[in-house]
Design a protein around this ligand. Structure first.
Ligand code: HEM
Length: 503
């Protein structure tokens, strides 16, 4: 009897161990086919690990878990790529699979149901808009046509700073750069400055600020399945209010443009070009009012803060590296002299200035993570990646990777003089504008604005401040934690080049 009991106990133990082994194997099997992952929490997955600044937190995690990580944001499966090799695998080898952008409740609502360009699924409409961007809207000819607008806004900034310099008044440089970039983009889009708060464009700027806030905020219903239909944070109400305001504004501006066009005024801004395409019966696709409004919101959201913040980071680095600033001053003096303000057309002759901007974009890419989504299942590095997996390419981490950059955290523009690395997505260890078909269509415009504005700031002011901190704040476009505030000191006393007849 005792023997029988012993046998039965062994049999039960064996059975339990078999069940446990099978269960463990079952648990292990899917994870063995997925990239490494930190320990998730029930319901929220890895969301708690992303604070306070997601690209920094993910860079730290990738040091422990490797350059390809698998995480869950709530119940949304995501991959994080943190090396040039893995980035290349996704953005080049599997480009066709990772050419969509994820939809959130906010982006879907604000873009009239993805009727824009930035969030449109990769398909015929996106391809049509991409062609328009390259050939017309953001192409060389249009940029040349709108060059006086950019020139005027840079002069306006310099004049304003010169006035503060002569009055010994301190200026919030961050705020002024943001104002310049917004005015520039607003005038290029619809011929109105947006710092004059009484007009529509002033209201558009406020709206764009609200849009950035809403799209940057974490919405529970996007990530936690049982919150999907619960608007616990009151997002839906705020989104509706913001989009209604934007819609009313844009309808008015579009009507005014249509009216001007009836009166025979020619094409003077991007909205005119868009309206012309919308009216063209032979166009391969028709543009609706929703498409136009959503595209304009894209341009404001993607094009203004990114450029202003890049100039601000560059200036902060130069303040902290006076010998680099001095080299840049000497280069501009030798090429431009002191009788006229540096122009966009001088940039090809200013290789050190170009290197400063590249080095700034390496350490401070103002789109720190490329965000895409897979449209179908694929296999990367031996791992099976399901359709609708979200991808984050951490270009902030890649730009600071010591395996690819000597003294990676040092600001040393010379590395780009010695080595002509392009920033347009061919070199996967330097991706400030993304890569491939979904790469940034505003790269040329951004480089013109950033380089010309920075050159003018270097040419006209001393920037002799003790040092500035380089802490990052929260936000989608890599803002500084503390704004750059200082009393500008004029380098050229009389600013002889401010001759109004040149405008
Ligand atoms: C320094 C300034 C800028 C930086 C660092 C920047 C960076 C980026 C990055 C990283 C992406 C994602 C690329 C990818 O997925 O591969 C992007 C997309 C985009 N950018 Fe920029 N950008 C800047 C300026 C601009 C400007 C001036 C405009 C236009 C006015 C613009 C318009 C866009 C648009 C429309 C997209 C979405 C493209 C698509 O989904 O196909 N950007 N940008």
């Amino acid at each position: 009897m005792a023997e029988f009991r012993e046998y039965s106990a062994y049999a039960v133990l064996w059975l339990i161990s078999m069940i446990l082994t099978r269960a463990c194997l079952k648990l292990l099997r899917p994870s063995a086919r997925r990239p490494p992952s930190p320990l998730p929490l029930p319901v929220i997955g890895h969301l708690h690990l992303l604070a306070p600044i997601p690209h920094q937190a993910l860079a730290k995690l990738s040091l422990r878990h490797g350059p390809l990580m698998h995480i869950y944001l709530g119940n949304v499966p995501c991959l994080v790529a943190s090396s040039p090799e893995i980035a290349k695998e996704f953005l080049r080898t599997h480009e066709g699979t990772f050419s969509d952008r994820p939809q959130t409740f906010a982006t879907d609502y604000l873009t009239y149901g993805s009727q824009d360009f930035s969030f449109a699924p990769y398909g015929p409409y996106w391809k049509f808009m991409k062609k328009l961007c390259v050939s017309q809207l953001l192409g060389g000819q249009t940029l040349d046509l709108l060059q006086p607008v950019r020139r005027h806004e840079i002069r306006h900034l310099i004049e304003m700073l010169a006035k503060s310099a002569s009055a010994g008044k301190s200026v919030d440089i961050s705020c002024e750069l943001m104002r310049m970039a917004n005015n520039m983009i607003s005038r290029m889009i619809m011929s109105q400055r947006c710092s004059e708060d009484e007009n529509e464009a002033g209201e558009v700027r406020k709206l764009v600020h609200d849009v950035a806030e809403l799209t940057g905020k974490f919405n529970l219903s996007d990530y936690i399945w049982f919150c999907k239909n619960l608007d616990l944070q009151g997002f839906a109400k705020r989104l509706k209010e913001v989009r209604d305001r934007f819609d009313r504004m844009m309808e008015k501006i579009i009507d005014e443009h249509l009216n001007d066009r009836k009166q025979g005024s020619g094409v003077k801004d991007l909205l005119d070009i868009l309206l012309e395409i919308a009216e063209d019966g032979t166009s391969e696709m028709s543009l609706t009012r929703e498409n136009i409004k959503a595209f304009i919101l894209d341009l404001f959201a993607a094009g203004s803060d990114t450029s202003a913040l890049t100039i601000e980071w560059a200036l902060a680095e130069l303040i902290n590296h006076p010998h680099i600033l001095q080299k840049a001053v000497e280069e501009i003096e030798s090429v431009v002299g002191g009788d006229r303000l540096v122009e966009e057309s001088d940039i090809p002759n200013l290789p050190y200035l170009q290197a400063i901007v590249k080095e700034t974009l390496r350490l401070h890419p103002t789109g720190p993570m490329i965000v895409r989504e897979s449209s179908k299942e694929c296999s990367v590095g031996g791992y099976k990646i399901p359709a609708r997996t979200r991808l984050f390419v951490n270009i902030w981490a890649i730009g600071r990777d010591s395996r690819h950059w000597e003294n990676a955290l040092e600001f040393r523009p010379e590395r780009f003089v010695e080595n002509e690395i392009d920033v347009r997505g061919q070199y996967f260890h330097m991706l400030p504008f993304g890569s491939g078909r979904r790469g940034c269509p505003g790269t040329s415009l951004a480089l013109q604005v950033v380089q010309a504005a920075l050159a003018a700031l270097i040419q006209c002011f001393e920037w002799k401040i003790e040092s500035v901190d380089m802490e990052e704040g929260p936000g989608l476009t890599l803002p500084r934690a503390h704004p750059l505030v200082c009393v500008p000191v004029a380098r050229i006393n009389s600013f002889p080049f401010f001759d109004r007849r040149q405008e």
